[in-house]
Design a protein around this ligand. Structure first.
Ligand SMILES: *Cc1c(COP(=O)(O)O)cnc(C)c1O
Length: 355
């Protein structure tokens, strides 16, 4: 790749690779050796570097710590059979990072800084990308305010960083979910569409209540009427009822525009499944569960790709979903997506970048 930005590289003298057990990786606990860092000051991004992964020095008055002016992304890189490195839909993550940034008054990161910083980081930490089946490298780009100032206004300085974690085979264990009709994740006019740090802090308390009741995750409903299903935990959620795939539309700004969501919808249409982007009412979901019309329910997101839902709590009732046939859509689409990501089938959508 031709580079247009100048990146200073400081390699670690103490790689953590020899001490890392790639057979037993849990999500987000082991970080690779290096990180990419850029600073925003005087109105532009500058000081591009790759340096050893290490703690940051922050001022106690750091604006992010107090007011949460911070956005992030999540994507993955894979190795194919020829040991080449493939990134899945990085361009879409780069665009979404800047959409989130705009909502939070954070300056956008130009495409070349994102892509060249990422490509260089993957080159330096190439040996951290697992090649065992089902494993991948999770990539976490993020931007946060760095002004040392207690006033509430957009910061004048920021850091853009990327670090990575090797992640193991995500045995997407089926999950149980509870329809949440008291607390709200996102409201129209709010920040639900942005991958903004504070959204996740606000979701912890209601999720914790559900977990104490024995459910893995929430099925969020809209903030106004609590009648419409929006998302599940930090995943988009899809239902198949009477051979139609139903998922919430992103037009109201309350749904995170998942890249897995978009990929699954694209493949569903190609596989000839009817797709209906509309809000599913809680009452409709309940009826579909009672009458056995709900065939499949699953979450979609980068970490798990597809998380099958086996139990849904609506009001006072727990409903177990029927056992899925081997050729269920959610199994098929997971297999197709994995085959594209690991380069086992041709990428017909321009989703893969080789670095
Ligand atoms: C990140 C995220 C998703 C999934 O997005 P992907 O691009 O598929 O990983 C869905 N919902 C929320 C709230 C998210 O933060």
């Amino acid at each position: 790749m031709n580079t247009t930005i100048d990146i200073q590289i400081k390699q670690t003298s103490q790689s953590k690779l020899p001490g890392t057990n790639f057979e037993n990786l849990s999500f987000g606990q082991v970080m690779s050796d290096h990180m990419f860092v850029a600073d925003y000051k005087n109105g532009e991004w500058q000081n591009f570097s790759i340096e050893p992964y290490a703690p940051l020095a922050l001022n106690p008055a750091n604006a992010t710590l107090h007011y949460g002016q911070s956005v992030f992304e999540g994507l993955k890189a894979y190795k194919n059979e020829n040991d080449e490195v493939l990134i899945f839909r990085a361009d879409a993550n780069q665009r979404r990072l800047n959409e989130s940034a705009e909502r939070m008054c954070i300056p956008p990161v130009p495409e070349e800084i994102f892509m060249e910083g990422l490509a260089k980081l993957l080159e330096v930490d190439r040996n951290w990308i697992p090649s065992n089946p089902g494993c991948s490298l999770y990539i976490r780009p993020f931007i946060f305010a760095t002004d040392d100032y207690l006033g509430i206004r957009p910061s004048l300085t920021y850091k853009f960083m990327i670090f990575t974690c090797p992640v193991g085979h995500y045995y997407a264990k089926p999950v149980s979910v509870k329809v949440e009709t008291k607390y709200t994740r996102a409201a129209e006019g709010g920040t639900g569409q942005a991958k903004a740090a504070g959204n996740y802090a606000g979701s912890l308390y209601p999720a914790q209540i559900a977990q104490k009741q024995g459910y893995d995750q929430l099925l969020w409903t809209d903030g106004k009427s609590h009648e419409n299903i929006e998302e599940s935990g930090t995943m988009n959620v899809m239902f198949i009822i009477e051979d139609t795939l139903i998922t919430a539309p992103t037009s109201k700004g309350t749904i995170l525009k998942g890249i897995t969501r978009d990929s699954v919808l694209t493949l569903a249409k190609e596989k000839g499944l009817k797709v209906d982007e509309r809000f599913l009412k809680v009452s409709e979901l309940k009826e579909a569960l009672e009458t056995g019309k709900l065939q499949e329910a699953f979450g979609t997101g980068t970490a798990a790709t597809i998380a099958h839902i086996y139990k849904i709590n609506v009001g006072d009732t727990d409903f177990e979903l029927p056992e899925k046939p081997k050729d269920a859509f959610s199994y098929q689409v997971l297999e197709t997506l994995d085959a594209i990501k690991y380069g086992r089938i041709e990428d017909q959508h321009g989703w893969i970048t080789k670095v």
